[in-house]
Design a protein around this ligand. Structure first.
Ligand code: KIV
Ligand code: ZN
Length: 390
């Protein structure tokens, strides 16, 4: 399937670039190469491996990832300057498939205070930087930094100029995580509708999670016509992070009825990728994190456990196997019911008659009041004791 087809969403992973911009999340060369290899194995379309001009380490990481790459497109970030673009092109040179990702701020706030440039000068920089990047590679992505807070007419002019200069992907970042889903979707739809030759480029979204809306904004934009989503494993990234790749991919897969778009990702590698990134960066994943949290497929309440034992679909909207786990867990705790306890006793290899099971269940409940989680060894010890009492 072509990455440009109407029902295909391109997954652009920026764990190694924007993810690494998370304070304290730096990774060494060998670690970046390991992550890139797994991303490629998962079927990620574009791997943004770093910002080559930022440091020698970043240059080497992009260069090394480019050397080891195969099917995936390797991207390197560059500001709108020749020096940045030259450095990105040099780092990417060994990649069979490469992309220069160049960006400049377009919002009034950023242009005035950060760049201290007039809008017309920014517009010229868009034209020059994209054309220069296109003289180096065929695949050029242009990003309007702070795009979601940019004045719409000016944004249309910048996007039109970038496409005319040869950009093949147009990315509209919600750099500060300020947008809300309907507004962001309307912005993407407006650009696709109004900009001349919009069909010559793939529209892309890049959402930050300052209001916890990065995934919702990205999905709303896909429904409005965006066909590339920029994201990171575990939602790693600046401040509150970026849109989480595992959430985007599993939402598209689980709710294909509302969002009929394929990502091409082997979802069974999601858990492995989450663990790898978390181990390397030292950023632990919160237990209740969607898809990859320790509790994402764990059930403690008696009512839920009973339902799960009858049919897993009662309380699970996707299977643990689909994200690379072997099975769901029924956590034995004070909310567990008799059905789950009976199941656990059986799983541990015991057969108890009804009276013994009732006695053991009462003692289990007393123990569960004292302990947060009752482990298999606790249940086994309790049953052994119950058998000895007879
Ligand atoms: O958040 C942002 O705007 C970015 C751009 C450089 C794409 O990371
Ligand atoms: Zn970003």
């Amino acid at each position: 399937m072509s990455p440009q087809s109407a029902d295909r969403v391109i997954i652009f992973d920026t764990t190694l670039r924007d993810g690494e911009q998370s304070p304290g999340a730096s990774m060494n060369l060998e670690e970046k190469c390991r992550i890139a290899a797994l991303l490629e194995q998962m079927g990620v379309d574009v791997i943004e491996a770093g910002f080559p001009i930022a440091s020698r380490g970043d240059f080497e990481a992009v260069n090394q990832v480019a050397k080891q790459s195969g099917r995936a497109i390797i991207a390197g970030l560059a500001r709108a300057t020749k020096a940045d673009i030259d450095r990105a092109a040099e780092a990417l040179d060994p990649a069979p498939r490469k992309r220069i990702h160049t960006f400049i701020s377009t919002s009034p706030l950023h242009m005035k205070f950060k760049l201290q440039m007039e809008p017309e000068t920014v517009l010229q920089a868009v034209k020059d930087s994209v054309a220069y990047a296109r003289s180096k590679v065929d695949d050029v992505e242009w990003s309007a930094e702070d795009g979601s807070r940019t004045e719409p007419d000016f944004l249309c002019r910048c996007v039109e100029a970038a496409i005319a200069a040869g950009a093949t992907t147009i990315n509209i970042p919600d750099t500060v995580g300020y947008a809300v889903p309907d507004e962001y979707a309307a912005l993407i739809a407006m650009l696709i509708e109004r900009v001349p030759n919009a069909d010559k480029a793939v529209f892309s979204v890049h959402c930050h999670n300052d209001l916890g809306l990065a995934v919702a904004n990205s999905l709303a934009a896909v429904n409005a016509g965006a066909r590339q989503v920029e994201c990171t494993v575990n939602g790693l990234g600046e401040r509150a992070g970026n849109a989480a790749m595992e959430e985007i991919v599993m939402a598209l897969r689980t709710r294909a009825d509302r969002m009929p778009y394929d990502t091409g990702i082997d979802t069974t590698l999601i858990t492995r990728a989450s663990k790898l990134v978390s181990t390397i960066t030292g950023f632990t994943v919160q237990p209740n994190k969607a898809i990859v949290g320790k509790n994402a497929f764990a059930h403690e309440s008696g009512i839920h456990q009973d339902g799960m034992l009858k049919n897993a679909q009662t309380y699970e909207i996707m299977t643990p196997e689909s994200v690379g786990l072997t099975k769901s867990t029924l956590v034995m705790g004070k909310h567990s019911g008799r059905a789950a306890f009976r199941d656990k006793v059986r799983e541990l290899g015991y057969t108890l008659d009804d009276d013994k099971l009732n006695d053991a269940f009462k003692r289990f409940k007393d123990l569960a009041d004292l302990k947060k989680e009752v482990f298999d060894e606790d249940v086994a010890a309790l049953i052994d004791d119950e058998i000895l009492r007879a």
